[in-house]
Design a protein around this ligand. Structure first.
Ligand code: IDP
Length: 154
């Protein structure tokens, strides 16, 4: 019989997530990871660290020139973050969907930001979690936070 498919297996889908300092401070890191794991995704790398401004400038390169960028640095360096690589079928779409939209006030109920995020009070918008917005961003960000897991340059 013919093989079911002649398409080669897709490379493993992966995403870089950050549990931001507010998630650590509010003891919500387990809850956020629980939701991601309960959906069926696998955490394949995990690291707690305090982000340094250089790493953040790479990570947030698209925001560096924006007026609110200094408030992001202030927020993201005020305590440790947890960086993780999460894998699974269409995990970028899936985790972005679990996270909810950027601002917690209007993020849908049922999402991490919608259920757990607080109204925006300080200069930075605190929303508990970061997740790469595309597979290409995921690979770029994994190379920043987990250089040892960077995909081989093609
Ligand atoms: P995302 O995290 O949902 O992908 P982005 O637009 O990439 O959203 O923004 C990156 C992060 O910068 C947000 O998660 C939030 O913490 C912060 N942020 C976004 N917009 C603003 C703003 O207008 N003022 C302050 N902080 C912001």
């Amino acid at each position: 019989t013919a093989p079911e498919s002649t398409t080669p297996p897709a490379p493993s889908d992966r995403i870089l997530i950050l549990l931001k300092p507010d998630a650590v401070e509010r003891r919500l890191t387990g809850e956020v990871l629980r939701r991601i794991e309960a959906k069926g995704y696998e955490v394949t790398a995990l690291r707690m660290l305090t982000a340094d401004p250089r790493t953040l400038a790479e990570h947030y390169s698209e925001h560096v020139s924006k007026p609110f960028y200094p408030s992001i640095v202030q927020y993201m360096t005020r305590g440790p973050v947890i960086a993780a690589v999460v894998e699974g079928e269409r995990v970028v779409e899936g985790v972005r969907s679990l996270m909810g939209t950027t601002e917690p006030t209007t993020a849908a109920p049922g999402t991490i930001r919608g259920d757990l995020g607080r109204a925006w009070e300080g200069p930075a918008m605190e929303n508990l979690v970061h997740g790469s917005d595309s597979p290409a961003s995921a690979e770029r960000e994994i190379a920043i936070w987990f250089p040892e897991l960077a995909a081989a340059a093609s």
